[in-house]
Design a protein around this ligand. Structure first.
Ligand code: MSP
Length: 673
């Protein structure tokens, strides 16, 4: 039996799963089920990526230790995949000790091979992508991949001699032209490598949340002594190694699976999988992946998803509202694999009502209804082809096209083809009108027609299994059949016709949906939150009353008397204009030539952090503020101080003893009201 290995990316534990994570994992599960039904042994890996600066910062922002934080988010992922029926064989966590040992062993091997050397890294780093960039790649300090502000780092580092593998990589792409799919993504990878590879920094110092270097290395380099920087593995080397450690790298548990490995990844992390990873594998003298599939990104209602906008699609909520089967169908049908897709409830409902309720659900209902009415649910015919030769002739080419699209990892095309089969079944009923045939005592023709429809549904169910497993099983069960390798081989690969069936009435598969089942995200203050430049004050209409705050005082005199030193009162409408948010300090430093000012980079849960200047330098050391939650006026007009733009204000309280920043233990971007 052929064996293969499929990996999903291992997900960062900085936040709970969103639709993008669900999509990748569902694609992996679909591929596993497709291979399995065709008789292959498949091992599916998923898991969580738990080390690195991003996770350390998120944990800090939540006032938790990185391990406790990782434990809780990792459990969210695992539970969700279990609830979704994802058939993973192993769930790896990069904090597992066996994984850490494997990652160290790999580092040691590459080191002993002479592929790792010590140097000094000086350049740009995007904490969100956990990725290094050169001067030429970074424009206005922004990460070329995600657009967030990068930090500059200068630290001692071990480097992997990536440049040494440039030619070997290019040769590999040429010799195995189908490894990276889709094709246009492969071309991008080739152009990237051709433009020249620089050696890769593969250790970090300056923070400690990661896998320490293997003992022998530090000794070999006289490190580990008092004061010497402590290196931890670069999180991407650590994470990629999970693909090997999960199947027992150096423990030889299931390394036989490595011969046929498929990685499924989002387009944003293709470089790591198609350039760095194969180079590491070459260094480790291991076979390279067979396939690397890169998929596109999901937006919601045409808008990029972001926590600050509040429009992130929660896959759990979608599955609870519409059912995991419909959700899977939508994700796999709506967008050509490799391209970006858009999620909207409207599109999902349309797919459910038209494709699932009408085309499949109704066909099964009609078949069961007629079988019950005319033949007591027992159908049998050896004359299907004889009575309906044209329809039968169309089945084989549809199945072939379905198979070819699935092998090309184009489930949306495969489903389009399969719906051709359903149209054939629905069309045959409309064309031949079995109720009329029964009136004319043509029961043999009717039986053959109903068996034709039964075959359409059984073949559809077998093909549909990887995409909607529970629906497939339910349809097959209603037809008195089952979903298994033998049936797939018989009724799909060999296209045999089922000649007998005893039907079991079932509840309608997909009841129609009349209106959205989930609340829509409210995007009312979208503009002010979406862009980093706050706008609310300038764009808000100002009425005469709001510009003279006293005019709207509606409080009773006793209330106003009890308000100490209040010079002017503001109405709630004025207060509501303030966009107060919780921010997490990512960076903080003194502004040169200023005694008062500190320059902050603050995560407000937006696509990129804000730069904010605050005159509190005499109260705080910059380093003690990194990782701290602060309260920010997020819609203050930008102002320039000492030549630097400040995009907001940090709130503090002041008394005789000094100044304290306000702090709230909530996530970055949380609204304060
Ligand atoms: N931890 C790394 C992967 C290491 S694999 C050795 C990572 N994690 S991630 O959680 O940020 O992303 C995991 C996957 O989710 C990526 O494949 C990414 O492309 C995908 N998605 C994240 N947001 C997405 C959308 N909005 N839409 C579709 N997929 C996206 O990267």
């Amino acid at each position: 039996m052929t064996k293969s290995y499929i990996t999903s990316p291992i997900y960062y534990v900085n936040d709970i799963p969103h639709i993008g994570h669900a999509y990748t994992t569902i694609v992996c599960d679909m591929l596993k089920k497709y291979r399995q039904i065709r008789g292959q042994e498949v091992f599916l890996l998923t898991g969580t990526d738990e080390h690195g600066q991003k996770i350390e910062q998120s944990a800090k922002a939540h006032n938790q230790s990185p391990q406790a934080y990782a434990d809780s988010i990792s459990a969210h992922f695992r539970t969700l995949w279990e609830e979704f029926g994802i058939d993973f064989d192993y769930f790896i966590r990069t904090t597992d000790s066996a994984h850490c040992q494997s990652a160290q062993a790999a580092f040691k091997k590459m080191f002993q091979k002479g592929d790792i050397y010590k140097g000094m890294y000086e350049g740009w780093y995007c904490i969100s992508c956990e990725s290094h960039f050169t001067k030429h790649q970074v424009v206005e300090q922004k990460c070329p991949d995600c657009g967030k502000i990068t930090t500059t780092i200068k630290e001692e580092s071990y480097f992997f001699a990536l440049s040494k593998y440039q030619d070997a990589l290019l040769q590999w792409y040429e010799q195995c032209p189908d490894v990276i799919a889709p094709r246009h993504k492969r071309n991008e990878v080739i152009r990237f490598v051709e433009s020249g590879l620089v050696d890769l920094s593969i250790t970090r110092t300056g923070f400690s949340w990661g896998v320490p270097l293997p003992e022998g290395i530090e000794n070999a380099d006289n490190e580990g002594s008092e004061g010497a920087p402590k290196h931890i593995l670069y999180v991407w080397l650590d994470a990629l190694m999970s693909y090997l450690s999960a199947i027992g790298y150096e423990g030889a548990l299931r390394m036989d699976l490595w011969q046929d490995t498929t990685h499924i990844v989002g387009k944003d992390i293709l470089r790591f999988h198609a350039v760095y990873w194969p180079a590491f594998l070459m260094s480790l003298e291991l076979p390279l992946p067979r396939k690397i599939y890169a998929h596109g990104w999901w937006t919601r209602d045409g808008v990029k998803m972001s926590k600050s906008i509040g429009n992130v699609v929660n896959p759990k909520e979608v599955a609870q509202s519409y059912g995991i089967e419909a959700f899977r169908y939508f994700l796999l049908r709506e967008v050509p694999f490799g391209q970006d897709g858009d999620f909207s409830q409207r599109a999902l409902i349309e797919r459910i009502n038209s494709d699932l309720s009408n085309d499949i659900g109704n066909l099964l209902n009609r078949l069961i209804g007629m079988a019950q009415k005319y033949f007591d649910c027992k159908l049998s015919s050896t004359q299907i082809e004889q009575f309906y030769p044209q329809e039968v002739a169309k089945i084989a080419p549809i199945l072939e096209r379905f198979e070819s699209a699935m092998s090309d990892m184009q489930p949306h095309t495969a489903l389009e083809e399969l719906w051709g089969l359903l149209r054939l079944g629905n069309g045959a009923i409309s064309t031949y009108e079995p109720w009329k045939m029964m009136k004319q005592a043509q029961s043999e023709q009717t039986l053959a027609l109903l068996m034709l429809v039964g075959n359409v549904l059984l073949k559809t169910a077998l093909c549909l299994y990887p995409i909607m497993p529970k629906t497939a099983i339910a349809i097959a069960a209603a037809l008195g059949s089952s979903i298994d390798t033998q049936s797939f081989s018989r009724y799909v690969s060999q296209n045999a016709l089922l000649q007998f069936a005893t039907l079991t009435p079932t509840a309608p598969l997909f009841p129609r949906i009349e209106s959205p089942l989930m609340p829509e995200p409210s995007l009312d203050s979208k503009d002010s939150k979406e862009s980093s430049a706050p706008k609310a004050h300038t764009s808000a209409p100002t009425s005469p009353q709001t510009s003279t705050p006293k005019a709207q005082n509606t409080q009773s005199s006793s209330e106003s008397n009890s308000t100490p030193e209040l010079v002017e009162l503001v109405g709630i409408e004025d207060f509501k204009k303030l966009d107060l948010r919780v921010g997490v300090v990512l960076e903080c430093e003194r502004v040169p030539k200023s005694e008062k000012l500190l320059r902050f980079l603050i995560d407000l849960g937006e696509s990129k952090p804000r730069q904010i200047l605050s005159g509190i330098a005499k109260y705080y050391e910059p380093s003690e503020l990194v990782g701290r939650q602060v309260c920010v006026v997020a819609n203050l007009k930008p102002a320039k101080l000492m030549g630097l733009v400040s995009e907001g204000m940090i709130l503090s309280a002041h008394d005789d003893e000094g100044l304290s920043l306000l702090s709230v233990p909530k996530k970055a971007g949380s609204k304060i009201s």
